[in-house]
Design a protein around this ligand. Structure first.
Ligand SMILES: CC(C)(COP(=O)(O)OP(=O)(O)OC[C@H]1O[C@@H](n2cnc3c(N)ncnc32)[C@H](O)[C@@H]1OP(=O)(O)O)[C@@H](O)C(=O)NCCC(=O)NCCS
Length: 114
């Protein structure tokens, strides 16, 4: 299934996948701006609150540095399904060193220098 997910993200959205047995990041490297854009990330439900995100995030930062990126960028979207977690997700990004760089209706863009 992991391969199917990876193929889907690559084919449909141009994302590469970085994954562990607990979760994944789907990202694109944008050469012009030397940035890694994170399109999706998740930790499996039964692995949450157990350090899985922290491990995954460490790998993501290392990967970004290794390929020469200067920052990681992500959009935090709010919709009907995830609205109860919107504030928590923003706070989590801030805890991990992201700054807010743009605010739109139902979408906040976050950037972390690496
Ligand atoms: C978002 C998600 C990846 C977080 O994974 P998780 O394992 O549940 O993460 P945790 O609850 O352990 O929190 C991760 C860190 O953020 C911190 N955090 C969580 N909520 C926080 C809050 N409200 N304020 C400050 N920090 C917060 C935790 O303290 C933890 O830090 P630590 O590892 O240093 O202890 C997971 O909930 C998920 O997969 N959700 C569905 C998909 C999703 O929302 N993707 C992100 C779209 S923006």
């Amino acid at each position: 299934m992991e391969k199917s997910l990876a193929d889907y993200y690559k084919e449909e959205e141009g994302y590469d996948l970085l994954s562990t047995d607990k979760g994944f990041f789907a990202y694109r490297y944008l050469e012009d701006s030397k940035s890694v854009y994170v399109g999706h990330f998740a930790v499996a439900k039964d692995e949450r609150n157990n350090g899985g995100f922290s491990e995954l995030f460490g790998l993501m930062v290392k990967m970004a540095k290794d390929i020469g990126a200067k920052c990681i960028i992500g959009d935090v979207f709010r919709n009907e399904f995830n609205k109860d977690q919107y504030t928590n997700k923003l706070l989590m990004h801030i805890k991990y060193g992201y700054k807010v760089v743009d605010v739109n209706k139902d979408c906040i863009t976050m950037l972390k220098e690496v």
